[in-house]
Write a protein that binds this ligand. Structure first.
Ligand code: CS2
Length: 497
């Protein structure tokens, strides 16, 4: 099969959307750190739509892989082209996909091979936006306090290696130092990760790092560059070989690096750009004054529910989100958690009908064509729990309200840390704090009563912070922890619903 590349584009059928602008005239206006599947199905799709509609060719994307060369190795022979397969099911339940070839990625840099090229790209006068999807752990921060970990090995390294940083924060600050020295003007730093106040969080980390190495630089960044907050939402499961084969068949060409996504797309981003931006609204993005209420809605409802489904599903042996949400008892508990425990904590959003939002979310989870694996969502729990579940817990407890289902969700994560499912199948705990978590899990194991075990877990400060030992939280976690251990996922869910 011939490969997807510029020379073979003309052989694509009319049903496959493809770049309709002059790719050769694209300027590299965006440098994106963390060119993974999510970005390629979200920011790149929105940028592609803006390029088509506006013909404003300043917004080509230079992708950066901070670790692996695999994306560059796959995309370079394809001239940066790749396919987005939007998958769902028709009314009869048969999977279907709609294909689009994306052209806005001009090149991919592999940071460890050539860190200088990444710093130069950030400093280049044509660059107006540096965006990031590096996942929660990519911020090298303490998840509970969101402060930069100055003892993180990459941060320690980056403070003294201005020409060869490793971390996203190190690249940004050293790249901005070069930019300022060259007099190339400020730009926008745009976090697209699932963190609360992701722009403010990034700003705090960048300024803390810059302050350490060069206070006048920190001052320049603070006064000239902007860090809009944004809420991003699109389910993008990891692509499998079977997905690739299916996409190749429909494309009639071989694409080594396609991505899959659900039809749903959402992005609420604060309109504070230091040096312009593409018309992403043409792809459905919303430019807003304050992203906070959108973030709270999304992180608590979508991601809070997702993590709950992931831990319970992984334990029970439900391998995908649609299989898990297809279990009536799990669906009832997740729906009740959203309605009764999460929604009352959300700030008002004019025009939003939460019942409709909830119903459509459950429908998104039930998409049978995505096969989104529960184990994939289960990773990095220490980095995810604080903003997905514990913020909600904090608000509920402050209001004196019950948290039985949120307590189950937290207990599900703790129970998951034992490292094997209910059929006895082992799995690895994929988490930057895995060693600490394993130590706690084994020290907690011999404790006789669930109350003591639950309490001991909550003393883990990087995750629980000021919730350490809070009796109302411990009281909610303990019975769920005990029930998951003695009776298993299904009986626990049935007793709660
Ligand atoms: C998921 C998210 O992997 C995960 O942790 O919860 O990637 C989720 O699919 C997206 O945030 C949806 O917008």
């Amino acid at each position: 099969m011939r490969p997807l590349c510029s020379a073979t584009l003309s052989s694509l059928g009319r049903e496959v959307a493809q770049p309709g602008y002059d790719r050769g005239a694209l300027q590299p206006g965006i440098v994106h750190l963390g060119i993974g599947a999510f970005m390629r199905a979200h920011l790149a799709v929105a940028t592609e739509a803006a390029l088509h509609a506006e013909g404003d060719l300043r917004w080509g994307i230079v992708g950066v892989s901070l670790r692996q060369p695999d994306t560059r190795d796959a995309l370079a022979p394809q001239d940066g082209l790749y396919t987005v397969a939007v998958r769902d099911a028709d009314d009869a339940g048969h999977a279907r996909q709609r294909l689009q070839v994306i052209g806005c990625i001009e090149s991919v840099l592999v940071a460890p091979e050539d860190p200088g090229a990444v710093l130069q790209a950030i400093a280049a006068p044509s660059t107006h936006i540096v965006s990031l999807t590096v996942t929660e752990k990519g911020y090298a921060h303490d998840p509970a306090t969101r402060a930069l970990k100055f003892d993180h090995p990459d941060v320690v390294h980056d403070l003294v290696h201005a020409d060869a940083p490793r971390s996203a924060i190190g690249f940004i600050v050293h790249g901005l130092a070069r930019r300022r020295a060259a007099g190339h003007g400020p730009l926008t730093l745009l976090s697209l990760d699932n963190l609360p106040s992701n722009g403010h969080t990034l700003q705090g980390l960048v300024l803390a790092f810059a302050e350490r190495i060069d206070p006048p630089l920190a001052h320049w960044i603070a006064s000239e560059c902007t860090f809009p907050n944004s809420m991003v939402d699109r389910i993008v499961p990891r692509t499998t070989d079977a997905d690739r084969a299916r996409i190749d068949t429909q494309l009639g060409l071989h694409d080594a690096w396609p991505v899959m996504a659900e039809p749903f797309f959402d992005w609420a981003v604060e309109d504070r750009f230091a040096a312009g931006r593409p018309a992403w609204n043409l792809a459905g993005a919303r430019f807003v004054a304050d992203a906070a209420p959108f973030e709270a809605l999304k992180l608590r409802m979508v991601n809070g529910a997702h993590s709950t489904i992931a831990y319970l599903g992984a334990m029970a042996g439900w391998q995908t989100v649609d299989a898990a949400i297809g279990q009536p008892a799990l669906r009832r508990v997740v729906e009740a958690m959203m309605r009764d425990e999460i929604e009352p904590t959300l700030p008002a959003l004019p025009g939003l009908d939460l019942a409709v939002y909830r119903a459509s979310l459950l429908q998104r989870f039930a998409n049978p064509a995505l096969a989104h694996r529960t184990q994939q969502i289960a990773m990095d729990g220490s980095q995810k729990l604080p903003q997905r579940l514990l913020g909600t817990v904090r608000d509920r407890l402050a209001a004196g309200r019950p948290i039985a289902r949120l307590g189950l969700a937290v207990a599900a994560w703790l129970h998951y840390l034992r490292g094997h499912d209910e059929q006895g199948r082992p799995y690895a705990i994929d988490d930057p704090l895995a060693a600490d978590l394993a130590a706690i899990a084994s020290s907690v194991e011999p404790l006789a009563d669930a109350q003591s075990r639950a309490r001991a877990f909550t003393l883990f400060a990087p995750v629980f912070g000021d919730l350490a030992g809070v009796p109302t939280l411990v009281d909610a976690i303990a019975p769920a922890l005990e029930s998951l251990r003695r009776r298993g996922v299904v009986s626990t869910l049935e007793a709660l619903s």
